[in-house]
Design a protein around this ligand. Structure first.
Ligand SMILES: C[S@@+](CC[C@H](N)C(=O)[O-])C[C@H]1O[C@@H](n2cnc3c(N)ncnc32)[C@H](O)[C@@H]1O
Length: 396
């Protein structure tokens, strides 16, 4: 039995966007979409979006008004209901309106899976606000992608204060060229962002736009004392303050999911595992637990991935496959049974959490992270309360 494109469907959502309640727009008027003009094809649309998302006093409004997103996203990819991707360019109807709306845009596919995007502007703003930047700060961005966020930072702070890193050399090459074309010259570096960018340290602010499973020690080493780190961890965005060699803080409210930091991972062959797995056992958690508890699960089973098998006619989920890079797998059926293989009983961890939270996860902002040189853990309510150790992030 092959999973029915379920991984791709899920990964379709792995572009930086938010699904929780939105911050209400600063003004309630609808965005107007003036026709592009030859001199500045999108000035009016940019201004309208900036006004939709920010108050007049917002320090990021001028950057939003000035930085042309279309230079960084000359085309993007959209998936139709049949999961087919199509490229949208400036000649495609709706390009301009979509580009200057509050939408995350997929910009790169690798083997059919999104591997880079331009994040949802309101989510980018939430993260920039959480960074609490003031003039003179030196900022490190992990996940250059299109370069658009780096351009907003450089517009606000000046080129020499901004360093941006992406693991993908094609992306950094293109982003650096587009940044220069737009008139911004931040330092663009190719490498694993988990290593930071030591040659430009120290940093007052560190922002990541790909999801991590824990805080890389290099970030804390390269941060100034009292630096702020804003980074997606699992299905949430953590905001930590650095105190010497320790970083601690809570998650921001609201749901957000970013593309994971790139590490190789292919789905296990669940069909073959069927023959070697122990007999199925009864499950005490419903299939839907993976969805309702996805944020705490992203902390307790870091780096887990899953796929689903659906009924061809009804589209109802028949089974779920769950796995982690250490070779642990769980194959859960809608009939309430589960087969598990590998070093960890992954579904038991889901069942424990389902029981602990009675099926409903506490709000994100009740969770926090503490990172020390010796240990990192996620906690609920306070750093000394119930907690889950996070894996250490090694650099590639
Ligand atoms: C959501 S996109 C970034 C959006 C970007 N900030 C922008 O404004 O367009 C996430 C990016 O993280 C990058 N990435 C993934 N793993 C990484 C790693 N280990 N180190 C640095 N960048 C990484 C991806 O290549 C991708 O471009």
């Amino acid at each position: 039995m092959q999973p029915r494109r379920a991984v791709a469907v899920r990964r379709h959502h792995q572009t930086a966007h938010r699904r929780g309640p939105r911050r209400p727009p600063a003004r309630s008027h609808h965005m107007t979409t003036p026709a592009p003009t030859a001199t500045d094809p999108a000035r009016g649309m940019r201004t309208a979006l900036a006004h939709q998302l920010t108050d007049p006093a917002d320090p990021w409004r001028p950057a939003l008004e000035q930085v042309p997103r279309h230079l960084f996203v000359p085309s993007f990819l959209e998936q139709d209901n049949n999961h087919r991707w199509r490229t949208v360019t400036a000649d495609t109807p709706d390009y301009w309106q979509t580009l200057y709306s509050d939408r995350a845009l997929t910009t790169q596919l690798t083997d059919g899976t999104p591997t880079s995007s331009s994040s949802q502007p309101s989510l980018m703003l939430d993260m920039l606000h959480a960074l609490d930047i003031t003039d003179g700060h030196r900022v490190l961005e992990i996940g250059t992608g299109t370069g658009y966020n780096a351009a907003l930072l450089a517009c606000r702070l000046g080129h020499d204060r901004v360093t941006t890193v992406d693991v993908d050399p094609d992306l950094t090459r293109t982003a650096a060229a587009r940044l220069a074309q737009a008139g911004y010259l931040p330092a663009v570096h190719t490498g694993d962002g988990a290593a930071g960018a030591p040659h430009r340290a120290p940093y007052d602010r560190i922002i990541a736009t790909c999801a991590m499973t824990s805080i890389p020690p290099a970030w804390i080493e390269q941060a100034t004392n009292q630096a702020i780190i804003v980074t997606p961890i699992g299905w949430g965005i953590a905001r930590l303050t650095v105190h010497h060699d320790r970083a601690e803080g809570r998650f921001l409210p609201g749901e957000a999911y970013f593309m994971p930091r790139r590490t190789p991972s292919t789905p296990p062959d669940f069909a073959a595992l069927h023959h070697t797995a122990p007999r199925p056992t009864p499950s005490t958690a419903p299939l839907g637990a993976l969805q309702t508890l996805r944020f705490p699960l992203s902390l307790t089973i870091p780096g887990h991935q899953w796929c689903t098998w659906t009924n061809d006619d009804t589209k109802a989920v028949k089974a779920l496959g769950l796995w982690t890079p250490d070779g642990s797998t769980a194959h859960i059926h809608a009939d309430g049974t589960v087969r598990q293989t590998g070093p960890r009983r992954l579904w038991n961890l889901v069942e424990e959490l389902h029981e602990q939270f009675s099926g409903t996860a506490p709000a994100r902002e009740e969770f926090g992270i503490t990172a020390t040189p010796h240990r990192q853990w996620a906690w609920l309510d306070d750093p000394h309360g119930p907690g889950w150790d996070l894996p250490s992030t090694t650099t590639t």
